[in-house]
Ligand binder design. Structure first.
Ligand code: GRF
Length: 223
């Protein structure tokens, strides 16, 4: 049984859909490999499966509908007010499919990260697997980056790489990437919970030094 004290690192998760990345975090916390707590799950989609995954294990889960707000700014203000109430150390966007207002992000600089299914800076935005195939990429993967007002453009913290195989379609490639996303997210959060990663003026610092993106190795740890 993990020491409850070691679970004091507080994570809030934002998710719009199935929440398999959230589930990977829940599983890692449950088996003691991630010393952290998920203190709330938030969504812009009331029907998101991610919300149910949280409720099933007694974690507060809340959806706000953007349609109920006059503007994106108003929606984000309300959503992040709810997020702030659970006092997270880190806010993790894991399949959260909405742009976040720049002022909201700036006010939480260094405390919001996102997992994006490409090797950033390649293939920002949507349909990243098809973008990789269209570009005849031989390698693809996933990145975790700090969220800044620049869409998918914030400093990259860590990456996982997979080969593109001949004959891959977007679904096959997406499945290969997703399999690596889960350990990538868990390992990154282990390093956050240990206080090893932070956003400095000149970019990502790991163990107090400017860092190039960490790379997930075959043993699912950082090389
Ligand atoms: C993942 O591929 C993530 O990288 C992207 O959206 C997908 C979410 O998957 N941002 P899930 O909801 O965690 O299963």
């Amino acid at each position: 049984m993990p020491n409850p004290e070691s679970r004091s690192y507080r994570i809030a998760v934002l998710a719009s859909g199935r929440g398999s990345n959230l589930q990977a975090l829940l599983d890692a916390i449950a088996d003691g490999s991630l010393p952290a707590r998920i203190v709330g799950v938030f969504s812009d989609k009331p029907a998101a499966v991610a919300l149910q995954r949280a409720r099933d294990v007694g974690i507060p889960a809340r959806a706000l509908s953007p349609k109920a707000f006059a503007s994106r700014v108003d929606f984000d203000a309300a959503l992040f007010a709810a997020v702030d109430e659970v006092r997270p150390d880190l806010i993790v966007c894991a399949g959260y499919m909405r742009l976040i207002d720049g002022a909201v992000v700036d006010a939480r600089r260094g405390r919001v990260i996102n997992i994006h299914p490409s090797l950033l800076p390649a293939f920002k935005g949507l349909h990243t697997h098809q973008q990789a195939l269209d570009a005849a990429a031989t390698e693809h993967g996933a990145s975790i980056h700090f969220v800044t007002p620049d869409l998918d453009g914030g400093p990259v913290i860590a990456q996982a790489r997979v080969p593109v195989h001949p004959g891959d379609d977007a679904d096959a490639l997406a499945a290969r990437v997703l399999e690596r996303e889960h350990p990538l997210l868990v390992e990154t959060l282990r390093w956050f919970a240990a206080g090893r990663i932070r956003l400095a003026e000149d970019g990502v610092h790991v163990d107090g030094r400017a860092s190039v993106p960490l790379q997930l190795a075959a043993n699912l740890r950082f090389a």
